[in-house]
Ligand binder design. Structure first.
Ligand SMILES: [Zn+2]
Length: 258
């Protein structure tokens, strides 16, 4: 069994839906592959956090249908240039499939559960959270890995229709680790990745016309914190499991005049 096959079957495996012989193959692979075992562990943790959350929302049928449709597109195109070209032709991007797989696992208990402290549920929030969690899977964090903003910022040229801010915050304890193309709410979005100790911080941004919003909204779901703001024609979402006060400090540096 290859790693790709293993990762593809982790959801049904965790839900006990695989035939015994296939489940045995997955189990055998997990026993010998640290990467897949780590992915398995994270999904089990996420799944139990989701199931143990306080409030449950039924996944909208449209979302379920979209996920099924995405998963039905089995074409796997590894080289990023071909993937970008495929995306330009309007085809589903492999990363979208990966994100959909994570959401599908969350939905496989027939519910999507999200706890909100201060803001109501909305699908962008759920998509940002799913993208953040997916980025933590092995090999998914960065498309361009660099601690130099002069490598990361230009990398987004031609990949998204805006230029994300990539401030250098090493000296303030938030080293830059790179950037990634992601997909949220029907947009290609820029994800700029920082860390704080062992915590990953994703800064998602995309062009969004509309008035600036002075105050950023904060919400918390299953141990993750999300901070949202609109600034300079950009919609900006910051996601991390870092504690809320440090994440708010970070947000003040990333989103000026907040
Ligand atoms: Zn593997």
């Amino acid at each position: 069994m290859t790693c790709a096959d293993c990762l593809d079957t982790l959801g049904p495996f965790i839900d006990g839906e695989l035939p015994p012989d296939e489940a045995a193959l997955v189990k055998e692979h997990l026993g010998g592959c640290a990467d897949c075992a780590a992915a398995h562990r994270r999904l089990v943790e996420t799944s139990s956090r989701v199931k143990g959350a306080l409030m449950r929302y039924q996944a909208p049928d449209v979302l379920k249908a979209r996920i099924r449709a995405s998963l039905a597109e089995t074409a796997r195109e590894a080289p990023s240039q071909r993937a970008v070209a495929a995306m330009a032709r309007g085809r589903v991007w492999p990363r979208m499939l990966a994100a959909a797989a994570v959401v599908a696992m969350m939905c496989s208990a027939a519910t999507l559960a999200v706890v909100h402290q201060r803001t109501p549920s909305n699908s962008i929030e759920q998509q940002v959270l799913a993208s953040h969690i997916r980025s933590l899977l092995p090999g998914h964090l960065t498309d361009v890995a660099s601690n130099d903003q002069h490598n990361v910022k230009p990398w987004f040229n031609g990949r998204v229709n805006m230029s994300p801010d990539v401030p250098r915050l090493d000296s303030l304890g938030f080293p830059l680790v790179g950037g990634r193309l992601d997909y949220v709410d029907g947009h290609n979005v820029a994800a700029v990745v920082y860390t704080r100790r062992q915590h990953v911080i994703n800064v998602f941004s995309w062009a969004s016309p509309g008035p600036a919003e002075q105050t950023a909204a904060v919400s918390s779901a299953n141990g993750y914190h999300l901070i949202r703001a609109r600034h300079n024609g950009l919609e900006i979402w910051i996601a991390s499991d870092l504690n809320e006060s440090e994440l708010e400090n970070f947000a003040r540096m990333v989103i000026p005049r907040r």
